[in-house]
Design a protein around this ligand. Sequence first.
Ligand code: SF4
Length: 318
Amino acid sequence: MTSTAKPAIDLLIAAPRGFCAGVDRAIRIVELAIEKYGAPVYVRHEIVHNRFVVDTLKAQGAVFVDELDEVPDGVPVVFSAHGVPKVVPAKAQERGLSYLDATCPLVSKVHRQAERLVAAGRHILFVGHEGHPEVIGTFGQVPEGSITLIETVEDAEALTPADAENLAFLTQTTLSVDDTAAVLEVLTRRFPGIVAPKADDICYATSNRQAAVKAIASSVDLVLVIGAPNSSNSLRLVEVAKREGTNSRLIQRAADLDFAWLDGVRSLGITAGASAPEVLVREVVEAIAARFDVTEREVETTREDIAFKLPRGLEEAA
Ligand code: SF4
């Protein structure tokens, strides 16, 4: 008689993981805008970096576009959680479009800091990743030439600012806590007078998810991170696990899972980036449970209870 026993695998599921308060709010804004105005509601850029979320909203009546020019007159438009350069709402206003800004309040806070620093005569060194929408949005808050991107420790070492006495730094919200500390160490050593924010701007959700994956990574053979390849905070989770000496793979959902990766794996860590919904985590766990005898344990490093207010008009519609 052939044995049908499935191999055993321990799943350590990191907490916190998945949706943060900014993503939750951005998705809710699109849903409520559809309820209030009726479909279609246009959304400039992916509201958050997750295809499943985008497809779900498309099915409800959201239309995703790259630029404002693609939004027809008289139709409401939502700006994504990553924030937009000032010129975007200005153009929307010029065209008489009603718009809803789903920029995460923690990104807006960085925008306001950038404005204040430039008004105070400081040149900003912005630690972030070139081309990320959040970086484009923040650069678009201040005049060209008043902010310089620093991506790496090497950039920080090579920098030759015009006025080294008048610098300030800000950071993208979804960076690696450890890499950023190394860049900031160089900046503060080279430019002792640099103005620093009270704390760096890496947000609570990014820091908490990195700490949570760090806590499980060394106890498992492999870490799966559920998230999109263009999601900065998800990519950072893969890096954090690898830095703990554990192999890690980024997958968007269960269909991306290659079971050859699980050969010889007895314990598996699972987490999800801030734009990945819990339903995708459950989908992965179920796919694994179909082939393995799963023992599941959640490892919680901190509890989050942050929620951001919705824009006023939409709150009334909720
Ligand atoms: Fe806001 Fe942080 Fe979430 Fe980005 S990852 S939307 S900054 S809470």
